[in-house]
Design a protein. Sequence first.
Length: 53
Amino acid sequence: MSAAISILVTILFVIVLLYLVQKLPIDSTMKQMAQIVVVIVGAVSLLSSLGVF
């Protein structure tokens, strides 16, 4: 049950961060790079909560 809650919190956190990156007043290429970083960090966090790492 704890792993399911951790996965849900991670997914919600990634969605909120992606929304906030869209609201930043920066260049579109920087936004895209920030989105890629958020997705990669989110994927690593999900994999670690699943016990892969």
